[in-house]
Structure formats: C-alpha cells, structure tokens
Design a protein around this ligand. Structure first.
Ligand code: BG6
Length: 479
C-alpha cells in the first residue's frame, strides 16, 4: 500500500448471499445451499440435502450471477474504488477434491473481475466466505482433516493463476474467528465456517481447536502461495471483531474485558507473528486438547505472514461480570451495553467501538488495515413517491466513518479503505432474511420469495456518492 494511493472506498458482498444460480454451469452444492431461511428468534434450519418444499435463500440470492454488469455499473456510478467479492469454491471445484477445475466457474469470476476493472474498481477477492463444497464435509470431515488444507490450496492456486495480474488484493478467509462458539446460537456459526453443527460434534473442544488450527495453517500457506505465484500480491485475512468493554473500573471487570476482547486474537497472532502462539498451545494442553505443531507447520507460519488485516465491525458488547445472569447475551458473546441503542436485530450501535478496534489492532500488529465490512441491517419502506428514505442508515455510516477518520488522522492508524457491507441488498448470513437490508441499492425481493429483483437507489446511494467525491484520501500533514 503506497501512501499516495487513493483511499479504497467501496463495498463488500459474498457469493452465497448474492449470486444465486446455485446449480448452474457446473456448480456443486456448497454448505450454505443447505440452509433455510430463519428469523432472529428462529434459527435457520440446516438440512442434510436439498429437500423439496423448503426454501433455501442462497439458491436464487439476488441473481448477481446474471445481473453483475448492472450491479457493477451502479457501484461505479456511486464512485466505488473497490469491491470485495468472494469466490464460491463449489463453482471452481464442485466437490472440492477434483484434480481439474470447472472452467465455467473460473470464467464467471474472470468476467466479474474484468467488469470491475473496466469500471475502474479494484477487485478484492475473498477465497472463503462460508462457501465450502458439501462433499468435503461429508467425505472428509471438513477442516478436521488436513487433506482439506491441500484441496483448499489447490483451489487457491487455480484462482491466483486465473486472476494473475488483475487481482492485487486477496483475502484467505472471512471471519474464521467465529469458530469458537460463544452463545447458544453456535450451530449457525460453526456451520457457516466449517459445515459442522456445534451441538452434534463429538469431543467439541478438540474438534474446534483442530478446525481452527487447520484453517489458520491453511491461511498462512495460502499467503505464501499467493506471494510465490505473484510477488506483487497483497494478502490479508478478514476477522469479525467485537470489543467487549468492562462494566466499570473494578479490576476484575477490566481483566474480563481484556480476556473476552482478546479471546479470538490468537489466530491473528499466528498469522502475523510468524508462529502459532505458545500461550494458546499451553491453554490447549491444560484443557486436554491434543495439537501437534510439526516442523513443517512452523516453517509455514514463518513464511506466510499477512500483508494486511481486514476488519469486519458491526457492534461492541460488555464483558461478562459477576452477577450478570439476568442480562441479555449478544449474538457474538458478551452482554448488551445499556449506553447503546441496538439495531432491530439486537446489534449494538457503537461508532466509537470502530475507532477503539482500529487502534487496538493497529498497535498490536502495525500492519495496514482495511475495514472490510461495516453497515446497518434495517427494514426499509418504499414511500408513496417510490423512494426509500434511509436516513437511519446514513446516520449509522456517517458516525462510523467519522470515527474511522479520527483513527486515521488523530491516532495515525494506517487504514487504507472502507468497504461498506452489503452495498446492494442481499441475503442475511445469520438469518437468511431479505428484509434485513443493508444496501444503498434496494432489491425487490421479499422473504416470501415474491419480487421482480428490480434494483432501485435509496437516499443513501447519493449520500455515499458525495462522501466518495469529497474524501478522496485522508492526509495528515504531520504524517
Ligand atoms: C458478517 C459476514 O459477519 O456479517 C457477512 O461476513 C454477513 O457475510 C454480515 O452478511 C452481516 O450479518 P447478517 O447476518 O446481518 O447478514
């Protein structure tokens, strides 16, 4: 990242939440193709196979597969400098363990990337955003099996070569840190990350530790591979992080806050510091978890350090404390903060938390950061003039962008981009709902499967367009 480069304003989307075309052009079945719609109260149902009469939102998404040109044109009209997409592994290797890739799948992403470049938009490509071929789960046990690391690397190599010279920024994984369950909603988290239900796992602690270790190892190996294929590749990994504040200045609460905020950072440590952290291995050992770090693994950790960190930020929480039993638990662990308002889905709205996190992560790793997701899921209404006045979304984004700016300009955090989550309405990852909308662009699709899929600009569309025009870069005279 060069200092004089433009700030990467843009958005993030994921294949399974927008593409649809779930069984077209040779695509295999991926884990999210087996998940029905749910609600905030009723979790999504995870099926063994595609069952008749059930509704699987990923099957149609918002039809980005056929409408990507129209959608990219709208992003370009807003002035996007970057778009983060994900590649659905099951389009490239339908079962995951084949020797040769499905060319139609490869070609689809080549066309999308070409379209982005044609529109002056930098593609940022995530290789794994909850899109594992189901076959790898059923026949190999998912990431519990080290063979899956090789299949993943083979798939990565195919894409590094297919998009060589066109894609500069790669992301190895999206939010693998949620593998360690924190709440009773844990089935959906372990499923979206590894295709396995937490409640059905034998020896849960050992299984989760093995999955987490193997994915972390896969990430460092992919970083090294990307650099080998093209030394100008910049490779990051994306983490979904939630600061857990202390309830008050009781030292025990401060300690709880440190522990809970930090509990998932061991993966980032492993990816940035050149070795899997000793403190985590000791913790595993004490808990009877068996993990062997071979010499070859040690070398891989040394050789696969990240070039940048991707940060998904939505909300913060309060760390658990003595006597908190009656308090409401948040989806990502921790409890609700009485000082903060929440979205309709119970996600606490905390712009300062973004500045806090940017500082926390930057001071620990001194690596460039890109905000890879941030946004508000809300119910939008079309008014009598056919317009969507989403001032609540503008307010949310404005406040977060202000805090990001403070982190860059006042705290000297090296942050090179802001990618808003869901610049076009898409299927929610946790609930599968369409009514939980994030976009600057409205998509006419409803939870009862009605809708024309027509795209319509919301008020926030023009607002974001102005932001991008106004703030081309954040320069600080003193830096
Ligand atoms: C992030 C995921 O955790 O949160 C996205 O990377 C997801 O895939 C986003 O869509 C928002 O969550 P949800 O459940 O509101 O779609």
């Amino acid at each position: 990242m060069k200092k004089d480069e433009l700030f990467l304003w843009g958005g993030s989307i994921a294949a399974h939440q927008c593409e649809g075309a779930w069984n077209q052009d040779g695509k295999g079945i991926a884990i999210m193709d087996l998940v029905t719609q749910g609600t905030y109260e009723i979790p999504r149902e995870i099926c063994q196979t595609v069952e008749k009469g059930k509704y699987y939102p990923s099957h149609d998404g918002i039809d980005f597969y056929h409408r990507y040109k129209e959608d990219i044109a709208l992003f370009a009209e807003m002035g996007f400098k970057a778009l983060r997409i994900s590649i659905d592994w099951s389009r490239i290797y339908p079962k995951g363990d084949e020797e040769t890739p499905n060319q139609l799948g490869v070609q689809f992403y080549q066309k999308v990337v070409d379209e982005l470049l044609k529109n002056g938009i930098e593609p940022i490509v995530t290789l794994y955003h909850f899109e594992m071929p189901v076959h790898l789960v059923k026949s190999y046990g998912s990431w519990t099996n080290r063979k899956v690391i090789d299949f993943y690397l083979n798939y990565c190599q195919t894409m590094f070569e297919a998009l060589k010279g066109k894609v500069r920024y790669w992301v190895t994984f999206n939010e693998m840190n949620h593998i360690d369950p924190q709440t009773e909603a844990s089935d959906i988290f372990t499923y979206i990350i590894a295709g396995l239900k937490y409640t059905e796992m034998e020896n849960q602690k050992q299984t989760l530790a093995t999955i987490s270790y193997n994915m972390t190892l896969a990430s460092v190996k992919a970083v090294n591979l990307a650099h080998t294929v093209d030394s100008s590749n910049q490779v990051g990994c994306v983490f979904g992080l939630t600061p857990a504040y202390p309830l008050n200045c009781d030292p025990q609460n401060a300690m709880n806050s440190l522990k809970e905020t930090d509990r998932e950072f061991y993966q980032i440590d492993a990816m940035c510091m050149g070795k899997f952290p000793e403190y985590k291995l000791k913790e595993y050992h004490v808990n009877g978890i068996d993990l062997v770090v071979s010499d070859a693994d040690k070398l891989a950790f040394q050789q696969g350090k990240l070039d940048f960190i991707g940060l998904n930020y939505y909300s913060s929480s309060v760390a658990h404390y003595e006597g908190d039993d009656d308090n409401e638990e948040t989806l990502f662990g921790g409890i609700q903060n009485p000082y903060l308002k929440q979205s309709k889905w119970g996600w606490a709205i905390d712009p300062i938390g973004l500045r806090y996190l940017l500082n926390y992560v930057y001071r620990r790793y001194a690596l460039p950061i890109i905000i890879t997701e941030n946004g508000l899921g809300a119910i939008d209404q079309i008014d009598e003039n056919g317009e969507i006045q989403d001032d609540y979304r503008i307010e949310y984004l404005q406040q977060h962008i202000e805090q990001m700016e403070k982190a860059i300009v006042e705290d000297y955090v090296e942050c090179f981009g802001y990618l808003m989550w869901g610049p076009i309405d898409l299927v929610s990852a946790t609930t599968g709902e369409m009514k939980k909308r994030y976009g600057f662009i409205y998509v006419d699709k409803n939870d009862d499967q009605t809708g024309t899929l027509e795209r319509r600009k919301k008020k926030s569309f023009n607002w974001f367009q102005e932001i991008i025009k106004e703030k081309t870069s954040f320069t600080n005279e003193n830096v």
